[in-house]
Design a protein around this ligand. Structure first.
Ligand SMILES: Nc1ncnc2c1ncn2[C@@H]1O[C@H](COP(=O)(O)OP(=O)(O)OP(=O)(O)O)[C@@H](O)[C@H]1O
Ligand SMILES: [Mg+2]
Length: 365
C-alpha cells in the first residue's frame, strides 16, 4: 500500500535539480551525492562551482522555455541556491515537477520591500523601513526614518552590494543616484550589539528543526566570520530559533530558511533578512553538526525525515575572500583547519572563494 506521503518521497537514486551554479549548489551536490542522489544544475556557464561537479547540467538562460521543460523532465524535484531567478521560471517548472521552496517563497525573499512587508504584516519585528520609488517617497522616507540610515535596492543585492549608508548631512538624492535610482528601501540604521543567524529546515510533513544560533561578523557588508556557540543568553537563542521556525511555518516553506538577525542592545531581536536556501553562516554545520545544512536541505526537499541538528563541536568559520584563497598551503598545514574551496578561478576582491572551519578546541584569536 502506498500512502499519499510515501508517493511524495524522492528516494536516494533520484535527481535533484538546482537552479544556480554557485558554491551553495556545489556543497548541496556534495551532500546529495553522499546520500546517493544525482544533481542537475541549471546555470549559465559550465565552469560555475556547482556545474563543475553536478551529474548533469543545463546551460541556458532562466527564460529559455524549452530548456526549462527539458530540465523539469530530467529531475524529480527542483530547488534554488540563490534568489535572483525570475519567479516565472519557478512557476513554469512547478507545473511539471515539485519546486521546493515554492515560487511564492522566492517571490517574497527576492524583493526586500516585499520581504519586509511580509515580515511586518505577520508580526515579526524589523528595522524601521520605507519604500522608495520616486523623489517624493525618498524625501518622505528620509524624514520618517531619520539618520543614520541605509538605502538598499529592493532587488539583486548581495554581500552588501546595492547599498549606501546615509549619515547626517549626506545627500539622499545623490546616494539614490549611485544606485541607479532603482526601486529601493530606506532602513533605519540598527545599533545592534550582535549579528546572528538561525538556519531552520522544514520538512514535507511540516516539522521544523533549527540549527544552533550562529554569531556573525561582517566587514564592508560581507560576512567575514561565523562562530558557534553565539555569545548570547540561552533564552535569547531559544527565542531566535523559535522565531525562525515561526517564519518558516508562516511562509509554508519546504526546505531551508536562513534568518539574519540583529540583536539589539536591550536584547530584542530584529529580522534583517531572509534567505530560503543554504546560507554562508551555516557552513560550519558541515564540520560541526550531526547533519549539515546541505544534507538537511536534501532531506527536506526529498521528503525524508530531517536529520539531527545537534552541534558536535564549537566552531569558527572564516570566509576566504579574493586572493586569500591562495593561502591554501597554510590552511592545509594547520591540523585544526578544515579547508573548503569552491573551484573559482578568478579571485576578484571580496569574492567568496572558499572557507575554513576550525572546530573545538579552537585556536586562539
Ligand atoms: N539596517 C541596518 N542597520 C545596521 N546595519 C545594517 C543594516 N542593514 C544592513 N546592515 C549591515 O550590512 C550587512 C549586509 O546587509 P544585508 O544583509 O541587508 O545585505 P546583503 O547584501 O543582502 O547581504 P548578504 O547577501 O551578505 O546577506 C548586514 O549584515 C549588517 O552588518
Ligand atoms: Mg544579509
Amino acid at each position: 500500500m502506498t500512502s499519499a506521503a510515501s508517493v511524495r518521497v524522492i528516494a536516494p537514486g533520484g535527481t535533484i535539480g538546482i537552479l544556480g551554479g554557485g558554491q551553495l549548489g556545489r556543497m548541496t551536490t556534495l551532500a546529495a551525492a553522499r546520500l546517493g542522489y544525482r544533481t542537475h544544475v541549471f546555470c549559465q556557464r559550465a565552469d560555475e562551482p556547482g556545474a563543475q561537479i553536478a551529474s548533469a547540467r543545463t546551460l541556458a538562460p532562466f527564460t529559455d522555455e524549452a530548456a526549462l521543460a527539458a530540465f523539469a523532465a530530467a529531475v524529480d524535484v527542483v530547488t534554488f541556491e540563490f534568489e535572483n531567478i525570475p519567479v516565472e521560471t519557478l512557476i513554469a517548472l512547478a507545473k511539471r515537477t515539485p519546486v521546493r521552496p515554492s515560487p511564492t517563497v522566492l517571490a517574497i525573499s527576492q524583493d526586500r520591500l516585499v520581504e519586509k512587508e511580509f515580515l511586518a504584516g505577520s508580526g515579526f519585528l524589523t528595522a524601521p523601513f520605507a519604500e522608495v520609488e520616486d523623489d517624493a517617497q525618498l524625501a518622505a522616507a528620509d524624514a520618517r526614518i531619520g539618520r543614520p540610515s541605509i538605502l538598499k535596492t529592493s532587488r539583486h543585492g548581495y554581500d552588501g552590494k546595492g547599498q549606501v549608508r546615509l549619515a547626517l548631512g549626506d545627500d539622499a538624492g545623490a546616494a539614490w543616484r549611485t544606485l541607479g535610482r532603482a526601486p529601493a528601501v530606506l532602513e533605519g540604521f540598527v545599533r545592534f550589539s550582535t549579528e546572528a543567524s538561525v538556519i531552520v529546515a522544514r520538512g514535507l510533513d511540516g516539522k521544523t528543526v533549527a540549527f544552533d544560533v550562529t554569531e556573525n561578523r561582517h566587514e564592508g557588508g560581507i560576512l567575514r566570520e561565523s562562530r558557534v556557540p553565539a555569545q548570547l543568553l540561552p533564552a535569547l537563542m531559544a527565542e531566535a530559533q523559535e522565531l525562525a521556525s515561526r517564519i518558516a511555518i508562516t511562509l509554508d516553506l519546504t526546505g531551508l530558511l536562513a534568518v539574519e538577525l540583529f540583536v539589539n542592545r536591550d536584547g530584542g531581536l530584529l529580522v534583517n533578512e531572509l534567505a530560503p536556501r543554504p546560507h554562508n553562516s551555516g557552513h560550519w554545520t558541515i564540520d560541526a553538526a550531526a547533519t549539515s545544512q546541505f544534507e538537511q536541505l536534501v532531506r527536506a526537499i526529498c521528503g525524508l525525515p530531517l536529520g539531527s541538528a545537534a552541534r558536535t563541536a564549537d566552531a569558527r568559520m572564516l570566509n576566504l575572500l579574493g586572493e586569500e584563497a591562495q593561502d591554501w598551503r597554510s590552511h592545509l598545514a594547520d591540523p585544526g583547519a578544515r579547508l573548503h574551496l569552491y573551484g573559482k578561478d578568478e579571485a576578484r576582491p571580496g569574492r567568496k572563494m572558499g572557507h575554513v572551519t576550525w572546530v573545538s578546541p579552537l585556536p586562539k584569536g
